[in-house]
Design a protein around this ligand. Structure first.
Ligand code: SF4
Length: 149
């Protein structure tokens, strides 16, 4: 049986991004090595598609129009953690730089494309519960460490 991982649904081509588009990548090797469990924490949090873009600032999440959507992001993160634990996922491959899924770097809250060190709400929660998080630029490391490929 292949190990299971959580994956950001937008990386699999799901049109769940804030602008109704996706962030599709080549997942052919991942599919050979893992069972993929797609999630979209912002959708789980009840936010619509499309929606206003959001970024983190001082530990909270704000949409570009100023709405505070921290509660929605936290709820979506908790739903994602629940699925990851129910499915015994060994790790997560999450979209880089996102205020939900980003791990290591996130946008700085100015909506100018500038990155700062930090984790998105979901990435932080999964990591704090012992589920290793990888961005899409580290797929090879994820395969090396967590698959039998
Ligand atoms: Fe992709 Fe995560 Fe944003 Fe959903 S919340 S669109 S999975 S980056």
């Amino acid at each position: 049986m292949k190990p299971r991982i959580i994956i950001s649904a937008c990386l699999m081509g799901e049109n769940c991004k804030y602008n109704g588009k996706n962030n599709i990548i080549d997942i052919s090797q991942l599919k050979e090595c893992f069972e993929l469990i797609p999630v979209c924490p912002e959708c789980f949090g009840g936010l619509p598609i499309p929606r206003e873009p959001a970024e983190m600032k001082n530990g909270r999440v704000y949409q570009k129009n100023g709405n505070d959507v921290t509660d929605e992001f936290i709820y979506g993160a908790e739903q994602t953690l629940y699925i990851a634990e129910e499915k015994n996922c060994v790790a997560a491959l999450l979209k880089e730089n996102s205020p939900s899924c980003g791990y290591g770097n996130i946008y700085d809250g100015s909506f100018s494309g500038k990155l700062i060190s930090g984790n998105g709400i979901t990435a932080e929660l999964l990591n704090s519960k012992g589920i290793a998080v990888f961005g899409e630029s580290r797929i090879n490391k994820l395969i090396e460490l967590y698959s039998m490929c």
